[in-house]
Design a protein around this ligand. Structure first.
Ligand code: SF4
Ligand code: SF4
Length: 111
């Protein structure tokens, strides 16, 4: 089992999650974060910290595609352990459906 960042994070990227992860397993893309499933220790601490409710356990149904994205991009994007300010328009995208089409494969800045 692991925790997974879902499309709810796209363009929100509040980053509250990275500060609480005991094993620093968040990785930063241009407009979302992902969790490295092989590093996540399933502690669940990050889940309630996310204002966008974007973090879920992979035991929930329908997360197969997002688990693949977390696995793939956590190998390519830089590690992030310290939060920065969220995008200025983050709240405009909070809770919106269909954000997957806005997904960017580009890496973020990392720490
Ligand atoms: S707190 Fe939630 S919305 Fe913010 S970066 Fe982490 S997973 Fe994404
Ligand atoms: S469940 Fe725990 S180890 Fe996994 S990403 Fe969240 S805080 Fe990190």
């Amino acid at each position: 089992m692991t925790y997974v960042v879902t499309e709810a994070c796209i363009k929100c990227k509040y980053m509250d999650c990275v500060e609480v992860c005991p094993v620093d397993c968040f990785y930063e893309g241009e407009n979302m974060l992902v969790i490295n499933p092989s590093e996540c220790i399933d502690c669940g601490v990050c889940e309630p910290e996310c204002p966008a409710e974007a973090i879920l356990p992979d035991t929930e149904d329908g997360l197969e595609a997002m688990l693949e994205i977390n696995t793939k991009y956590s190998e390519e994007w830089p590690n992030i352990t310290v939060s920065r300010d969220p995008p200025a328009d983050a709240d405009d995208y909070k809770g919106k459906d269909g954000k997957m089409e806005l997904f960017s494969e580009k890496p973020g800045e990392g720490d």
